[in-house]
Design a protein around this ligand. Structure first.
Ligand SMILES: [Zn+2]
Length: 350
């Protein structure tokens, strides 16, 4: 990891990426269809939903990270870092991902560099057919008070083309008055919010919630029109009952014998949607495959395919998993299409 210490040309980078991940399947699949991935959405003047209707099975990734090239020492403590936009596009090509939501990241918790909405918008402008910008704010912005007026900022970012807010990660309680103040205004602006949950205050990024996610339930009820795109280990661990508190910090394995808290929360709150990205989302739907198929069937209108690309290289197990779901007809064609792109298309462009 951390091979960004040398600047590689995109082609070299791509070769290195493919070699290191063995991810040739996406490229082969594209070659087999006789299309270059970069040509899929070449006509940027046609609005996205119409383009998508022309060709089926276009994968939209709800959650990726990228930033412009940084000084080689600007990395996480372990030397890893986000891909540059060029490398991200190569990774998306290899994984057969047509479009991706680029998240902005600016709360300082566990961060090695800030990715402002302005940087995200600039990057997405370079790849208008491939990348979709999300803006972000921190609830301590402006006045560090529960009365801060975020409407001008949020309206500006919406006008500039941002389709959502996130990744939202301040390490304060999810129902902290600062969050409540911001969520009220996000609901008013009408953008979805991608958020990360943390198991404790300190040493983690993400908003804090307790086991059983009572604070999440509280904000879901307070802001019924705000679409919460839930993500992270703390959220997805509760697809089944928690066996011990440490389940929240990782990837609990094995059969799900009883429905967990998020099933109840999703049934009772139409504004709770699931971002399947990262090891956490993938683990939740694959640890007990039969349970996962039923889960995807029941919540087919509120789940989104995602990878959480944030490293170079990066293993993306959800990519071959969804290919298998489709090829072996483990979920219906309709459910596959909704989760891999139709839901995202509807959420972001309708
Ligand atoms: Zn992320």
């Amino acid at each position: 990891m951390g091979n960004g210490k040398k600047t590689l040309k995109p082609v070299e980078n791509r070769r290195r990426f493919i070699k290191s991940t063995g991810m040739l399947i996406g490229t082969t699949a594209l070659a087999g269809r006789g299309i270059k991935s970069s040509a899929i959405f070449a006509d940027s003047k046609t609005p996205l939903p119409q383009q998508l209707k022309k060709e089926q099975s276009k994968i939209i990734d709800i959650h990726v990270h990228t930033c412009l090239s940084r000084h080689p020492l600007i990395t996480r403590p372990n030397g890893t870092h986000y891909p540059t936009p060029e490398v991200l596009i190569e990774m998306m090509n290899s994984a057969n991902i047509d479009k991706a939501v680029v998240l902005s990241t600016l709360s300082p918790e566990c961060r090695y560099t800030l990715v402002t909405p302005e940087e995200t918008l600039g990057i997405c402008k370079q790849y208008p057919d491939r990348l979709i910008p999300f803006c972000n704010v921190d609830p301590r912005y402006l006045t560090n008070s529960t009365k801060a007026d975020f409407i001008p900022l949020l309206s500006a970012y919406k006008e500039l083309g941002c389709k959502g807010i996130g990744e939202y990660v301040p390490n304060i309680p999810l129902d902290d008055p600062l969050n409540i103040n911001l969520f009220k205004q996000v609901e008013q602006i009408g953008l979805p919010l991608t958020f990360h949950l943390a198991p404790q205050i300190g040493g983690f990024y993400g908003c804090y919630d307790d086991p059983g996610l009572p604070r999440l339930e509280k904000v879901l009820k307070l802001f019924p029109k705000l679409i919460f795109l839930a993500h992270s280990q703390v959220f997805w661990a509760e697809i089944g009952p928690l066996n011990n508190p440490d389940d929240r910090k990782g990837y609990p394995m094995g059969q799900i014998k009883k429905e967990g808290r998020i099933i109840e929360l999703m049934r009772n709150n139409a504004n709770l949607h699931g971002d399947l990205s990262a090891g956490s989302g993938y683990n939740a739907i694959s640890r007990d495959p039969e349970f996962g198929y039923r889960f995807m069937e029941e919540f087919q209108d509120r789940l989104y395919f995602g990878t959480d690309i944030a490293n170079v290289p990066q293993d993306l197990p959800i990519v071959p998993y969804f290919r298998k779901l489709k090829e072996q007809r483990l979920i219906s064609e309709e459910v596959y299409e909704k989760i891999t792109w139709k839901n995202a298309s509807k959420l972001l462009f309708e």
